[in-house]
Design a binder for this molecule. Structure first.
Ligand code: ADP
Ligand code: MG
Length: 255
């Protein structure tokens, strides 16, 4: 479980997060939803230990990891995978080499084992046959799947996704969301940050809505839709206009 407790953070003299508390249960798909600039990517960086907070606590599996970054043990670093918004692929490495990247020398893993892990991981994200290609030869959806494969190869129990469907067409978005659902059936915890409400509703077990650097509310899709907060009503306006949208969208996702 990941728990952020009363987190506040200023960057260059500006309040970015303010008294933000959030819990992510194991085995769930949690979606952090909010408009651009609200602090979503910042939250992921705090969980990863890339950013330090001014106050508040970060607990992972009950242990206090507040403001530990490079000091985190390899086991914890491996526990949490990250899929960056821009994918952060290595352009000069092939698909196979990108996928294998985090299987470092310290793993003392044989060439054969690396190859078979790469093959299995690429098959999972449906990128078989692209092993020798370079990122620039891949479509946007394929690049995203490669970024997911690279995060998956060390078998993290938690994966953080920063805007995983932003910039993808609806079909590729659905492929990515279905991959995240498949990960859940294998017991992986996913944290997705997004401003795309439809995607949040389609996969989220728990939705946390942010505004002005803090949590407005957190709950199931139904809980959120029932909420009376004016910000939520405005943010979800399109959905409020057509509540049958939710059941339709969830049905589509099951296919
Ligand atoms: N390193 C930084 N220094 C100063 N301000 C930053 C920095 N990183 C992000 N911000 C600001 O923090 C706010 C939240 O950023 P971010 O977490 O990227 O938002 P989101 O991912 O929700 O779009 C934005 O206003 C952004 O300009
Ligand atoms: Mg962001």
């Amino acid at each position: 479980m990941i728990e952020l407790k009363n987190i506040s953070l200023e960057l260059t003299g500006r309040k970015i997060l303010h008294d933000l508390s959030l819990k992510i249960d194991d085995g769930t798909i949690s979606v952090i939803l909010g408009p651009s600039g609200v602090g979503k990517s910042t939250i992921l960086k705090i969980i990863l230990g890339l950013l330090k907070v001014d106050s508040g606590k970060v607990f992972i599996d009950g242990k206090d990891y507040t403001n530990t970054g490079e000091d985190r043990e390899l086991k914890l670093q491996r526990k949490i995978g990250m899929v960056f918004q821009g994918n952060a692929l290595f352009d000069s490495l092939t698909v196979s080499q990108n996928t294998a990247y985090f299987l470092c020398e310290s793993d003392k893993i044989s060439r054969e084992d690396i190859d078979s892990k790469v093959k299995a991981t690429l098959a999972f994200v449906n990128l078989d046959g692209t092993e020798d290609m370079y990122p620039e030869q891949l479509s946007g959806g394929m690049k995203k799947r490669l970024a997911i494969a690279r995060a998956l190869i060390v078998e993290p129990s938690i994966i953080l996704f920063d805007e995983p469907t932003t910039g993808l067409d609806p079909i590729n978005s659905r492929v990515i969301l279905n991959l995240i659902r498949n990960l859940k059936t294998m017991g992986t915890t996913s944290v997705i940050v997004t401003h795309i409400i439809n995607d949040a509703i389609a996969v989220g077990d728990v939705l946390t809505v942010l505004n002005e650097g803090t949590v407005v509310t957190s709950g199931s899709v139904k809980d959120i839709l029932r909420h009376d907060n004016p910000f939520i009503k405005e943010f979800l306006y399109e959905i409020y206009k057509d509540t049958s949208f939710i059941s339709r969208n969830q049905d589509q996702m099951q296919q």
